[in-house]
Write a protein that binds this ligand. Sequence first.
Ligand SMILES: [Zn+2]
Length: 560
Amino acid sequence: MKLSKMLFKSLRETPSDIELESHKIMIKSSLIHQASSGIYSYLPLAWKSLRKIEQIIREEIDNVGGQELRMPVIQPKSLWDKSGRSISMGQELFNLNDRRQKPFVLAPTHEELLTSIVKEMIYSYKSLPQLIYQMQTKLRDEPRPRGGLLRVREFIMKDAYSFDLNKDGLDESYENLSNAYMNIYDRCGLEVIKIEADSGAIGGKDSHEFVAISDAGEDKIVICNNCNYSANSEKASFSKKQYTIDSKLENQEFPTPGIKTIASLCKFAKVESYQTIKAMFYNSKDELICAVIRGDYEINELKLARAIGDPNIKPASNELLKKHDIPAGSASPLGKSIKVIADDSLLKANNYIAGANKEGYHIKNVNIGEDFTASIIEDISQIPDNAQCSKCNKDLSFKKAIEVGHIFKLGTIYSEKFDANYLDINGKSKTIEMGCYGIGTGRLLAAVIEQNHDKNGPIFPKSISPYDLIISPIKYENKIIKEYSDKIYDLLKSNKFDIVLDDRKESPGVKFSDADLLGFPIRLIISEKLIEQNMIEIKLRNSEESIKIENKKLIDYLKK
Ligand SMILES: [Zn+2]
């Protein structure tokens, strides 16, 4: 490829409205072009890199038994009605009608369609397990696209789906894919860690994210430097402090005029926040839910949503509270026949102060299990900044990270909805166990650039660099230099190197800074003086030094 003919325009100035390094670099070095908010063209340089990333993914997924297919982006909405996600995904799902007014969606993921395919094609235990995947465009109407390729509305994803006989089979598939993912990141030159994750809108139980630690990331993750526990902060557990005293005391109502918050209650009653119960009220499918937590912690609504199995919970309206005769400020589950979800912190102290459900009154010495009961008691707490590890009790630290992969054990959520069953060895019908596994390739590329760049541009790892190297001749317009450079170019091409020759009439300064901006691992420098010495200069993109070698040794050098 001759640089003069390449679709490349180096931007000297940094676009001022862009905050993330990878985004700046991708714009400056002609990798991407914005069509609309969160919608980009991958220009030829990025596309070459993405195809290499895809090939690495393909090899690793095939290696654990994957079969590649291709499903349509546009799908009948009825499939999504069947799974319930046409509602639960809300406005993130792109909707459209065809000319006959039949409703369709533009798919953000493919569980629905693939499960319905598998239902039609698999009927015996003999055909399981299956691992199916594709590289496909996905669409998601993100409310706030940002950061170049980090959060977009159209993206390419490798999505894989496993179909197994039972939970043990699913565990095995999950482990295989997890290992394949680590190989993929390693081969792409990206450092990642695997963390426990929230399964969000997809549903399911076990879920892990693969994240690249980076200040550009939107995920907040928790790491224990002692025992290596790591998790998304929305999911992370932590050690809750124990304050229980032995003797349980009698309930005692007392007036608390004008007291509406935990802070004012503590001041008024001269107690610590861990001696109080905070009650929050939610609407889940028009039912009033009371979530209670110890006063020194805050409720994490994602954990709460997972605990009650409703991703669409919202704060209860005043009308709903009024209907149950619950006064804000003195509210609690006491004496109310409503569903109660309790944070497990309430088991680690006792004799709490709670609202009396009577305007201006609280009650002392309230205990869970005695004065009120909860149908679910588990961790629904936000992780505080100074939290300790739930496994080893040492201090946890927080980091920002980019999610570059997400895997889920779906279990039978989709197979039940789509009747994806099989007959076991005894002819008995069983439900298929599913897992799903996703890597966004554009985001992976952006994360690689976040981790591998300097002030001059990207530093592509060899495995995913758009080209292997660039030849930067000084004074290419000089006949001797042109002939010599063309000879080297042809020699390298015949040796299967993928190369760019900078054939432009530009100063060495411009040529070298553009070579850095392109970010290929190797730059070859050719000049009149070097030709006289039968030498060629080699500069590695990830090093400040350059070396000179005899030109006849060039191929051997590059091949090692
Ligand atoms: Zn730990």
